[in-house]
Structures are given as structure tokens and as C-alpha cells.
Design a protein around this ligand. Structure first.
Ligand code: DGL
Length: 270
């Protein structure tokens, strides 16, 4: 029995790690669309086409439940997929909602009208495509009123992380935080809305200052998923072993992933 975890590249491994720690008895099939990464600079149509193509590979591996551990795919493609593409016996979930539920202190399935929440000034750091989709503001508006959101599209950051150039990545984080602070000098909370960014959480926190609460997704998504599969155990699917798949070069991707996770990982061709 396995659950699919999808990302455009390596960033979703942060979510996978948290899910494995939270649900040690569940097998996961991870698929990185490394050949087509980054998604963050693509149009919504393109992200939709690539994401649906990738998710079909999970059906072939017996995963009936797939997590889009990619904010860009969750923001730009998920709603359209759920409305008209996902077969009735399968389920595709995204990573946006658990984070917004944490920010607005709501529980899963709380469908009461939007209400005032403690946090009033929120900074969102994400890819250009996620920022352009405005999906974060839309999902937030279903749950909360009176929250100002200022966004910062972090151009170049995913490429630097995928290339393993952490010196450049850190410099980019500092300059993106500066740019955000020019628009919103005193955010109360900051959302790292890209699965690659938890790797630089300390750098974000330092640049933002200790009084800003930084929300990072991996553990929030793992908790939400554990809750979901408790209520829907049948959705764990018939796939039966953990696998790492990539549309890119398996040797290269395995090397980078091993560096990224700091433990050995072997990818095979999807
Ligand atoms: N890691 C992905 C996300 O969470 C996107 C990175 C990319 O491919 O641009 O948005």
C-alpha cells in the first residue's frame, strides 16, 4: 500500500521526510519531474499539463492517493484537476490548505464562515507562478477576514537550491526578504510557500527577525495526511513498496537528492 508524493524536483523530499517520520508504516512513491523543473516560471496551462501527466504515472504504480508536494502545482493546477480530471476512485490533495488552516487556527473540515483571526499581516514567499495564481489569497479568504497578504516571488531560488548552490540561495533569500520588507515592514507571520524553502528556514528566520513566526509546510502536511488516512484508510492504494522515481537523469538526481537529504537515496527512471 503506497501513497504518491509529487514535486517538480527535489523540494517535495522535505514533505516526504516529514510524512515518513509521522507515518513509519506507510510506503510512499516519490516522483520528481526533474526534467521539466522548475515549474515556478511556467504558465498555469503548462503546470496543469505536466502535473496531470506526472500524476498518471502514480495511478500506474497503484497509488490512489497523491499529494502534490509542490505549491506551484497545488496553486496553479489542483483545483482544475479536482473539478474535471481526477477519477472518482482516486484522490489528489495539495499542500496549501494545511498551511492556511494552521495560520487561521482552523481544523480540517471546519466550513464555518470566514472570521477574524489573530494574525493580520502575512508575508508569502513563493515561486512566481504561485504568486501569480493568487491561490493563497483565495483559500485564505474562505477562512479569514482582515488579513493583509504581501507576496514576494522568489525568482532564482529554486534553481540555486536544485543546483546545490547554497551560497547563492542564501544571498537570494536575504535580498527577497529585504524586498518584501520594503512593501510590508512588520509582518507578523511569514509563509514559506514552496517546498524547497524549508532548507533555508533559518536564513529566512534570521533575515525576518525573531519576532516573525515562520510557517513551513512539511510537518503541517504530514499531520494533515495522517489525519486524512485515519479517516480514509482505503485511499492508501494498492501500490506496495517505497520507490523514488524521476523524469530526469536518475544518477544525477540520486546524487543531488542524497546531498539534499543527507542520506543515500536511489532514484529510477519514471
Ligand atoms: N517546489 C515547488 C513548490 O513548492 C516548485 C519549484 C519549482 O519547480 O519552481 O512550489
Amino acid at each position: 500500500m503506497a501513497i504518491g508524493i509529487f514535486d517538480s524536483g527535489l523540494g517535495g523530499l522535505t514533505v516526504l521526510q516529514a510524512c515518513q517520520a509521522r507515518m513509519p508504516d506507510v510506503d510512499f512513491v516519490y516522483l520528481g519531474d526533474n526534467q521539466n523543473a522548475p515549474y515556478g516560471v511556467r504558465t498555469s496551462d503548462d503546470v496543469y499539463r505536466l502535473t496531470t501527466q506526472a500524476v498518471e504515472k502514480f495511478w500506474d504504480h497503484g497509488c490512489d492517493l497523491v499529494i502534490l508536494a509542490c505549491n506551484t502545482a497545488s496553486a496553479a493546477a489542483l483545483r482544475r484537476m479536482q473539478e474535471s480530471w481526477v477519477p472518482a476512485d482516486k484522490r489528489v490533495l495539495g499542500v496549501f490548505v494545511p498551511m492556511i488552516e494552521a495560520l487561521t487556527e482552523r481544523n480540517w473540515g471546519d466550513n464555518s464562515p470566514p472570521r477574524e483571526v489573530d494574525v493580520k499581516q502575512v508575508a508569502l514567499f513563493a515561486t512566481p507562478a504561485t504568486v501569480a495564481s493568487r491561490a493563497f489569497q483565495r483559500e485564505l479568504a474562505f477562512r479569514a477576514i482582515g488579513v493583509d497578504v504581501e507576496t514576494q516571488a522568489c525568482g532564482g531560488l529554486v534553481d540555486a537550491i536544485e543546483d546545490g548552490d547554497m551560497v547563492l540561495a542564501e544571498a537570494l533569500v536575504r535580498s527577497h526578504v529585504d524586498a518584501l520588507k520594503r512593501k510590508m515592514p512588520n509582518p507578523q507571520a511569514a509563509v514559506l510557500g514552496c517546498t524547497h524553502y524549508p532548507l533555508l528556514q533559518d536564513v529566512f528566520q534570521n533575515a525576518l527577525g525573531a519576532d516573525v513566526k515562520v510557517y513551513s509546510q512539511a510537518t503541517l502536511v504530514a499531520d494533515s495526511l495522517a489525519d486524512y488516512i485515519n479517516r480514509h484508510p482505503e485511499k492508501v492504494g494498492s501500490g506496495c513498496k517505497s520507490l523514488f522515481l524521476t523524469t530526469g537523469d536518475p544518477l544525477k538526481v540520486s546524487d543531488r537528492a542524497t546531498q539534499f537529504l543527507q542520506s543515500a537515496v536511489t532514484f529510477r527512471a519514471a
